[in-house]
Design a protein around this ligand. Structure first.
Ligand SMILES: Nc1ncnc2c1ncn2[C@@H]1O[C@H](COP(=O)(O)OP(=O)(O)O)[C@@H](O)[C@H]1O
Ligand SMILES: [Mg+2]
Length: 233
């Protein structure tokens, strides 16, 4: 098992956002975390990355007890995170945006990872001197993924990468996620609300509702009744 959450509770002040949440991301899988707006998907990812404290429960990454490690150690130690809204530095160039990832993976290894990330997104290679803020939404999303890949993660976490992206680019982002997962053997935890895309790229799902896991399993077992009850289509 690549990643396992067990019995996680999380609070914003007095308000409980996650309730006894358990979640498994098997090694090699593309697992989709699903659910309507406000159910706790982003909160879950931030707990995994150590950006929010948890009140109870455990988070394990391989044989490491992640919930004891700092956010920095989690990011350095094999988990790539592309936050919701992409988070590209608008005034830095594409090259500079990518190099912010290199600061934690320096030297020859970092340079190879930098080249590999550009090989995966050739469009970025032609735009190295452009400012992040001047790219289209889809290009910014590619840049955000490329930057996460420079740390050579074994687990890649993506929070709604197709939100607000033109339909024709949505397919491209889906293709990229499938390539990372199937060809490059990267384990993926994806938050995605577009059901057809989720069905295409992911092989497992977990659905959250009001901070609780309410359904999960192999993607081909996601039935219409569960979709009607818990998802927006
Ligand atoms: N910084 C915050 N402070 C207080 N409540 C928050 C904060 N961020 C999110 N929440 C609340 O936590 C719940 C889950 O939010 P979130 O994890 O962002 O949901 P999702 O990503 O599934 O849309 C929501 O009710 C939201 O209003
Ligand atoms: Mg969210």
């Amino acid at each position: 098992m690549m990643l396992r959450l067990e019995g996680v509770d999380q609070y914003y002040g007095e308000s409980q956002a996650l309730w006894d949440l358990s979640l498994e991301v098997p090694t090699g899988s593309c697992t989709c975390l699903m659910g309507r707006n406000g159910v706790g998907k982003t909160t879950t990812l931030k707990c995994i990355m150590g950006l929010l404290p948890i009140a109870r429960g455990e988070i394990r990454f391989g044989d490491r007890l992640l919930s004891r490690e700092s956010a920095e150690s989690r990011a350095r130690g094999g988990i790539g995170y592309v936050p919701q809204g992409r988070d590209v530095f608008p005034l830095l160039t594409v090259d500079e945006n990518l190099r912010t990832g290199l600061s934690v993976n320096g030297g020859a290894r970092g340079r190879r990872a930098y080249e590999r990330a550009l090989d995966l997104f050739p469009v970025l290679r032609d735009m190295l001197r452009r400012r992040g803020g001047d790219l289209s939404g889809g290009q910014q999303q590619q840049l955000a993924v490329a930057r996460a890949l420079i740390l050579e993660p074994s687990l890649l976490i993506l929070d709604e990468p197709t939100e607000g992206i033109q339909p024709n680019i949505v397919q491209e982002i889906g293709d990229t996620i499938m390539r990372l997962n199937r060809e490059m053997k990267m384990t993926v935890l994806l938050v995605e609300q577009k059901l057809p895309l989720a069905r295409r790229v992911a092989d497992r799902f977990t659905i959250l509702d009001k901070g609780r896991a309410v359904a999960g399993g192999p993607m081909n077992g996601l039935d219409d009744e569960v979709v009607r009850q818990f998802l927006t289509v």
